[in-house]
Design a protein around this ligand. Structure first.
Ligand code: AMP
Length: 141
């Protein structure tokens, strides 16, 4: 875990932010480049880089904060829905090496697509599906 990121500097008050929530382990603030009004980032206060780096208790706290804030953000900007997303790793689009969930309010006719539109999709046959499922089960043991 790195010692400092741009987000730890926000938590420490060295960089200003539009804070929307704070507790002992988690913090949330408006994204500086909002994709929609109310676009919020939710982070653990400590600079864990990847989801897999989070201790279970921090992961649970973060999940609870995201869940609570998704509703609050929608209510605040009168959005009927939101995209809740996390770039887990550089190849996935993670630019800041500090775990952060995006909550992006969605509105009818906002022109944005579902996450499926990001991919062409792949055709996997029955054997390939069985194998990858087995590999994922094995990877957890
Ligand atoms: P990601 O591509 O998932 O790593 O997203 C990083 C996000 O952090 C981007 O949406 C940026 O706009 C946002 N961001 C970077 N610096 C700041 C900052 N100082 N305050 C608020 N949001 C920031």
């Amino acid at each position: 875990m790195s010692e400092e990121t741009i987000f730890t500097r926000i938590v420490d008050g060295e960089i200003p932010s539009y804070t929307v929530y704070e507790d002992e382990t988690t913090y949330a603030f408006l994204d500086a480049n909002p994709l929609a009004p109310g676009h919020t980032l939710v982070i653990p206060k400590r600079p864990y880089e990847r989801l897999a780096d989070l201790p279970a208790d921090v992961a649970a706290d973060l999940g609870a904060t995201v869940s609570q804030l998704a509703t609050a953000v929608e209510d605040a900007v009168d959005a009927p829905a939101s995209l809740v997303a996390l770039h887990d790793g550089e190849e996935a689009g993670q630019e800041v090496p500090h775990v952060h969930w995006h909550i992006v309010p969605r509105f009818p006719g906002d022109g944005a697509a579902a996450v499926h539109a990001m991919f062409d999709g792949v055709d996997l046959d029955e054997d390939e599906m069985l194998n990858v499922a087995e590999d994922i089960r094995d990877a957890q043991s």
